[in-house]
Design a protein around this ligand. Structure first.
Ligand SMILES: *[C@@H]1O[C@H](CO)[C@@H](O)[C@H](O)[C@H]1NC(C)=O
Ligand SMILES: *[C@@H]1O[C@H](CO)[C@@H](O)[C@H](O)[C@H]1NC(C)=O
Ligand SMILES: *[C@@H]1O[C@H](CO)[C@@H](O)[C@H](O)[C@H]1NC(C)=O
Ligand SMILES: *[C@@H]1O[C@H](CO)[C@@H](O)[C@H](O)[C@H]1NC(C)=O
Ligand SMILES: *[C@@H]1O[C@H](CO)[C@@H](O)[C@H](O)[C@H]1NC(C)=O
Ligand SMILES: *[C@@H]1O[C@H](CO)[C@@H](O)[C@H](O)[C@H]1NC(C)=O
Length: 712
């Protein structure tokens, strides 16, 4: 028992020593007389970021870059010489010259890289290079330390940190954009780009793979990017858009400097909002910008409109019909739609209003910010190739005019009030037959879609999902506590099924495979209709291609929901989420949700209790006393649920079902379920006072080492 603190103190001391050794070669400034050598780094004042030489894993090239100081794997957020690596770092040196230029020389004193400048000569004397705590590497003159002569923030690589601008400096032609690394070993420019559309004065952000568009944010409409209604200023972040004639950019500003967050464009083409987690020393996913299938550029083809709440997401906009019914029946919508009735083009056409949409691609559009909507309509009618118009700014009663020419593509129906009005040109005869059907009221919600939108809220700049959830949760929590007692079996089953679909989405359907790692009753939010939503992705991990399991030295999560292999070995996988889900099912059935009960000493062991009742053929005794079971059918469903729950919490991960089979087992009353083996409950209160031990045996009743366990 006394060994633990001593061990801790020792660990602490050696960590301190380690830091001291490191900092001998770390400093705060680079000057004319003090260049940066390969064995040295610059630190930001609060030691958040570090700048220096690095070589990526599996590479023998050297680069200059900025990384999170605490990150064990040097998580790089900026690279200077991404396209011109050093082959050998020995004797390389980074200088600053009298002009304020950073110059990287190799062994033979040849210039490998220099900081791009706008050609202004004689910019400074006594330049000083510093790294700021927001990750910005700056050059200032000693006379005027507030004015940045040069800053790395103007040249983003694959990470957009808070405070970085995205867009154009039209004087110098500087395009501040994100470009992915070629691979995780190679920082050179990859094919994925996220940038502001420069073509005309209707700015929007385009995500592309080479020249192929993957996603667009929709144009800035004075409040937000029109296709990303979830990204709005909130307590933590402020989103602004600046159009100063010479400068055109979007920016996210943080109200809390202690949160490090980035928009990250991964080498495999994922556009992710991540926040740095100081506990696990790694980035965690806040959300994926491309949140669902309707965000896929042009999914429904020309004149098609996407609605994620419909069973078939694509349909033709009114007045149009499918070009190829066969293709549409095969869910290939890319061919799109065509007009039912040709335009008259002689002033006898009219316009159909579509409310609350993400407006179509503006690649072929024309803008006048001074025109009214009425003038806009007249202007559009005068030119036969004009197909639609809208306001450029939706604030107040709306202002400005944008006209579209040619086919309309990439339109999306958003929930009521989230989008803006679009007026599409139709022949007069078509208009007669139209009834305005938009606005989103009375839509049937598909659980997967709803969950999806919670899981990965689309955004162009910044929104931290967890913050958002926190705000929602404070509202929801009160309600669900008061009402949880009243939940009928039907409602409970809906919740179980809803969470199952959400988890299925995370594990299989989302473009990313996401392990939640902290699934528990408290993280299941209920809205007014008691629809469940999985929340709190603070610990979630993304899995790439073939990866199915990962190891973490620091186990974070919630006692009682964590699978034995996760607690004991730090191994988490989809199967550890399944375990948590199993616990959740048993909790919901037994009415013990939100109690945090089963692991706390002497209280009540749910898994053990359920397992015993199962073996004694008294399974229904597990059921919550206040629960209203409607009929005999319900009893079968309850038994089925408990059996699925027990299958999910089996000790061996391989024995546990996958999420697709869980969903199948829950949804079918004919499938024969396998017999569960004994559950992986291992926790025995009396064992925890033993301090760290090397025992990693976690079978029933055995001792477990909790060395790095952190409860939440
Ligand atoms: C760093 O490298 C330089 C030149 O290679 C060398 O002179 C110096 O001793 C090194 N410093 C340390 C602390 O290793
Ligand atoms: C780098 O250069 C040094 C000094 O010339 C040399 O000793 C070393 O072998 C080189 N390393 C590589 C990987 O070429
Ligand atoms: C230094 O850089 C130049 C230009 O890229 C290259 O030709 C030369 O081989 C490099 N020298 C060493 C020692 O790597
Ligand atoms: C990007 O484009 C390349 C080449 O066209 C293609 O092979 C790859 O699948 C694309 N990736 C994505 C994510 O669209
Ligand atoms: C738009 O209106 C403003 C103020 O009324 C005016 O200063 C500006 O010149 C106008 N711009 C155009 C393009 O007409
Ligand atoms: C209609 O608009 C297109 C696109 O702006 C333009 O090329 C064409 O000249 C216009 N036609 C007329 C008659 O103004």
């Amino acid at each position: 028992m006394e060994g633990a603190p001593v061990l801790l103190v020792f660990a602490f001391v050696s960590l301190q020593q380690l830091l001291c050794i490191c900092s001998a070669n770390s400093r705060l400034t680079l000057t004319l007389t003090q260049p940066l050598l390969p064995n040295q780094t610059l630190l930001s004042p609060a030691k958040i970021f570090e700048f220096g030489f690095f070589t990526p894993a599996n590479s023998n090239r050297w680069y200059l870059g900025i990384w999170l100081q605490k990150s064990p794997t040097k998580s790089i957020v900026w690279v200077a010489n991404r396209n011109s690596p050093l082959r050998n770092s020995s004797s390389a040196v980074l200088n600053i010259n009298n002009n304020g230029d950073l110059i990287l020389l190799n062994q033979t004193n040849q210039v490998i890289w220099s900081s791009p400048n706008d050609g202004t000569p004689g910019r400074t004397q006594n330049p000083i290079v510093r790294l700021l705590d927001n990750g910005n590497l700056i050059v200032v003159s000693s006379e005027d330390p507030k004015r940045f002569i040069w800053q790395s923030y103007d040249y983003p690589t694959d990470s957009l940190l808070v405070g970085m601008k995205m867009g154009w400096d039209l004087r110098s032609g500087l395009n501040r954009k994100l470009t992915s690394w070629k691979s995780s070993d190679d920082p050179s420019m990859g094919d994925f780009v996220y940038e502001m559309n420069p073509a005309h004065r209707l700015p929007e952000l385009i995500f592309r793979n080479g020249s192929v568009k993957l996603f667009r944010s929709g144009p800035w409409n004075g409040v937000q990017y029109s296709g990303t209604p979830d990204v709005k200023s909130n307590a933590m972040y402020k989103f602004i858009f600046v159009d100063q004639g010479k400068d055109l950019y979007g920016e996210a500003m943080s109200n809390d400097d202690s949160v490090v967050s980035r928009l990250f464009l991964s080498p495999s083409g994922l556009l992710l909002r991540q926040t740095w987690n100081d506990k696990i020393l790694d980035w965690v996913l806040a959300f994926n910008l491309v949140k669902d299938i309707c965000d896929r550029y042009g999914l429904c083809g020309v004149y098609g409109i996407c609605n994620i709440d419909e069973p078939f997401v694509c349909k033709c906009i009114e007045g149009f019909e499918q070009k190829s019914a066969d293709d549409w029946n095969r869910a290939d919508w890319s061919g799109g739609c065509r007009r039912r009735t040709a335009l008259d083009c002689n002033n006898r056409d009219g316009f159909q209003r579509f409310s609350s949409v993400k407006v179509p691609d503006t690649a072929f559009s024309w803008v006048d910010k001074n025109m009214s909507l009425g003038e806009c309509q007249i202007k559009c009618l005068k030119n036969c190739s004009c197909t639609a118009y809208s306001n450029t700014d939706i604030r107040g009663s709306g202002s400005g005019c944008v006209l579209w020419f040619g086919d309309l593509i990439d339109i999306r129906e958003l929930s009521e009030g989230a989008g803006q009005d679009l007026y599409v040109r139709l022949a007069a005869s078509e208009l007669g037959a139209q009834v305005v059907q938009h606005g989103g009221s009375g839509k049937k919600k598909r659980p997967v879609a709803v969950l999806a939108s919670i899981i990965v809220v689309v955004g162009t700049l910044l929104v931290i999902l967890t913050v958002w959830c926190f705000i929602k949760r404070t509202k929801w929590r009160k309600k669900d506590q008061a009402r949880s007692k009243l939940l009928s079996w039907r409602k409970r089953l809906d919740i179980i099924n809803g969470v199952a679909l959400g988890l299925l989405y995370l594990h299989r359907d989302s473009r990313l495979r996401i392990i939640h790692r902290d699934l528990k009753a408290a993280n299941v939010l209920l809205d007014n209709e008691m629809n469940p939503k999985i929340s709190d992705f603070g610990l979630a991990r993304i899995f790439g291609g073939d990866e199915t399991e990962a190891n973490t030295r620091r186990v974070v999560g919630t006692y009682g929901y964590m699978s034995p292999e996760y607690v004991a070995h730090g191994l988490f996988s989809m199967k550890s989420d399944i375990f948590s889900f199993g616990v959740l099912i048993l909790e919901i059935v037994s009415g013990k949700q939100n109690k945090g009960f089963y692991y706390r000493g002497g209280d009540f062991n749910l898994l053990g209790h359920a397992w015993n009742l199962w073996n004694e053929d008294k399974t229904l005794e597990l059921v919550d006393g206040v629960m209203v079971m409607e009929d005999e059918l319900s009893r079968c469903e309850v038994l089925r649920c408990i059996q699925v729950g027990l299958l999910c919490v089996q000790q061996r991960p391989d024995d546990r079902p996958t999420m697709p089979s869980v969903v199948m087992m829950l949804g079918s009353d004919t499938t024969n379920l396998p017999q569960p083996k004994h559950p992986g409950f291992y926790y025995d209160r009396s064992c925890t006072d033993e301090g760290p031990s090397s025992s990693e045996n976690f079978s029933y009743g055995n001792k477990v080492s909790f060395t790095q366990l952190e409860g939440r």
